[in-house]
Write a protein of this length. Structure first.
Length: 385
């Protein structure tokens, strides 16, 4: 007798492609299709939905005009009744806030993946404690909590009593980043010489990711060196995009060394064109873009937040600078352009790091076991009649 498939509903707030959305796409594509039926629910349209459609993965967009809108909750309830998932896997606190109340009514187990906490020490007192209370409510009511880094698990232990979570690192499809022949084409597209040293920033342009900090560091690097072979490529969109453009336009002597692009789907090809991947984040969950750069064998230059240093060891498989310290990153950038031709072993070790601990198959295996355990803790599902 053929056993019925286990229905998994993934829910995430937006259909844009970021770290959490990339993880959802990978789960939808790599989970065992003989064992699991996959559905994806989002509350906005976007490139992730386009990719799901291209892969013929079942998905639904239910727009949220206001959480107080009763019609939204009716649509959400009806959709869950229609799909009747055995497990709901929520990604991020906003998706959890929408799905957890209905999941409790329908007695469906919930797996909650925290792609980076919504709480940060630099938030104001009221905002921090409201979000702390909110995260505590979610983690207490989820069947299984999942952290994507050891550092985030430690944050949970610090702020929430009796906090329990599994650690499942993001997994990389290493075949996508095993080497692209597009390096010369991408450089030609952006008018970057083949022999130039190209720094790269591929991320959302937000306060968290610090694109303006990187621009200031790069401007000082250019002004302190008489060089014509060092460039910076910035790929992404976000709330700081206009400020990034204004900064570049206001520094005409420096701007000829900077290339700017909207978000692109061909990340592997972009990575093939750059030499040094930069991530100056103030905080992260586990930066999937960093893992992709390591898989590509790139030299990486990252801030010393715990989520980065969990993966990158300074001088071993990449380089680390003090977070938000302009002199620290500038010293590292100077070192890298001076010694660039001597650092091929760093990229090789970066690639080995991913193969050892961060492949998609390792991640998928852990997630599948978590689904099975979540189901075992809910022996009876009762759907409202």
């Amino acid at each position: 007798m053929i056993e019925p498939k286990i229905r998994i509903l993934h829910a995430i707030r937006q259909g844009k492609v970021g770290g959490g959305e990339t993880h959802v796409l990978q789960l939808a594509q790599f989970l065992n299709s003989d064992k699991f039926d996959l559905y994806v629910l989002s509350f906005t349209d976007g490139p992730m939905i386009d990719q799901l459609n291209a892969c013929h993965i079942q998905n639904k967009v239910i727009p949220v005009h206001s959480p107080a809108n009763l019609l939204f909750w009716i649509k959400l309830y009806r959709y869950l009744r229609q799909v009747q998932p055995h497990v709901i896997h929520v990604h991020g606190s906003r998706a959890a806030a929408f799905l957890l109340p209905i999941a409790r009514i329908l007695r469906i187990p919930v797996v909650y993946t925290i792609h980076g906490w919504s709480i940060h020490p630099d938030q104001g007192f009221i905002k921090f404690h409201f979000r702390r209370f909110f995260e505590r409510w979610i983690t207490s009511n989820a069947t299984v909590n999942v952290n994507v880094s050891i550092a985030d698990q430690q944050i949970g232990n610090k702020y929430f009593q009796n906090y329990h979570a599994e650690i499942v690192h993001y997994g990389i499809d290493v075949s996508r980043f095993s080497g692209s022949s597009m390096r010369r084409n991408i450089r030609s597209e952006f008018n970057v010489p083949d022999d130039a040293i190209l720094f790269g920033f591929i991320a959302r342009m937000t306060v968290q990711k610090q694109p303006l900090f990187l621009l200031r560091a790069f401007e000082k690097l250019i002004s302190s060196h008489n060089v014509d072979n060092v460039y910076l490529l910035m790929v992404g969109n976000g709330e700081l995009r206009t400020e990034v453009e204004n900064f570049i336009e206001s520094h005409p002597q420096f701007s000829r060394y900077v290339r700017l692009s909207d978000f692109r789907q061909d990340v592997a090809e972009i990575l093939s064109a750059i030499d040094i991947y930069c991530l100056p984040s103030l905080w992260e969950g586990m930066p999937i873009g960093l893992l992709e750069a390591l898989s590509s064998g790139k030299i990486v230059l990252v801030s010393d937040i715990s989520q980065n240093t969990e993966v990158v060891s300074d001088g071993i498989n990449g380089y680390v600078f003090r977070v938000n310290d302009l002199n620290s990153i500038l010293n590292k950038m100077n070192f890298l352009i001076t010694h660039f031709n001597e650092l091929s072993h760093i990229g090789s070790e970066a690639n080995r790091t991913i193969h050892r601990s961060f492949t998609i198959h390792q991640s998928i295996s852990q997630i599948e076991r978590i689904y099975e355990r979540a189901i075992r803790t809910h022996e009876h599902f009762v759907y409202a009649s």
